[in-house]
Ligand binder design. Sequence first.
Ligand code: PHE
Length: 449
Amino acid sequence: MAATRGEFSSRFGFLMAASGSAVGLGNIWGFPTNVASNGGAAFLFTYLLLVFALAYPALMAELIIGRHARSNAVTALKSISTNAASKKLAVGVGFAGMITVALILSFYTIISGWMLAFFFDPLARLLGMDEFAQWLTRDTSTRNIIFVGIFMLLTVMVISAGVKDGIEKWATRLMPALIVILVLLIAYVFTLPGAMEGLRAYLVPDFSRVANAGLLINALGQAFFSLSLGVGTMLVYGSYISKQENLPTIGGLVALLDVGIAVLAGMLIMPAMYVAQTNGVEIYDDSGGLIAGPGLILSVLPSLFNSMGSMGILAAIAFFILMTIASLTSSISMLEVPVSYVIENHKVGRQRATIMIGAGVTLICTLIVFNFDSLFDRIVTITTEYSQPLLGLFFCIFVAWIWKRDGVLGEIKQGYPDAESSLFWKIWPVYIKFICPLAILMVYVELLT
Ligand code: PHE
């Protein structure tokens, strides 16, 4: 079995794949939105702190387990379990991760479908197909189902091609493109009137809000969602890393890339909102806060692009390509979690496994589309605010309390022979054993009360 497993062919390949998973709607949409509604840079600071103090250690836990076991999440957690009880827990956590990731993929595919539709809208207008363009931007179940189907097809096509020829190949093409488009869009928006006011709102902190409990919950949820933690994604990607790689370093690079792109995205979205205001677009909601959520991406920004003439058409195309790329490199990492399990533990071929699971998730999407008001927000909250941090906590427990310390160190030493005397090994084990679980629990209790 081991011989037939895929592996990333280079460090760059892994970095692009893992940062592709991390960088997604969470960075370009969720992060700026959270900044806008949580006191600007106060959120930014708290977020940075939480990413490096809590999310990075948890990311390392997943990468180390994955590379050690070289298998899907269920088998990997079982392989480091030491008794019958922890083996049962392993299966429970592994399956809970797969269910969570399938549900995340469902709502993610719906949003990604919107991004695709909004990408086609300016193209349709360019071709004079105004009626089609209107249909594309009208929120109907038919449109949503069709674009769910198209986006899922893209995801399935990449994943059925495998680790090297699918995930790595596409991530190494798409991620550099994403960064270039993002930087070009920022440069352009900066030239427009109103942009600097937005930048100020983004970067000037309202420190009175840093210790706020709601802000902490949002920032932790955002950090776990953004680094794709708790659901086995990073574990599975970790299982495809070569044994020659220095894990703490490449894990750190992934976290840095993720944060860097989120911060950059804020420098696009916040200025763009204030440019929109200058152009007469309403950017505050009824309660006086900046418009966040779907209203921001599907209404404020398109109105901005519409007010910008022909440059607006180009900007709209670039922006929604950016969103689609960000979505796709994340959605493939989600689909890979259950697919790797079915391939390895049920001896099903990759293509069949991918199509089966892709079809199953599409079915869940359909259910959500037709019961949008009652299901969508609920699923987002349950999976990202409750399930992900809690599962992240279990990953920490597995590494720190269940797996033998020598085993952990041995794995890190592969590719990092001096690990034992490193700063990482002095700090990380304590973090993962006490600080991460405690901090996650504290935020959790806050969430429940
Ligand atoms: N990290 C992705 C984002 O920021 C979302 C994601 C969550 C991806 C969980 C994989 C697993 O959009």
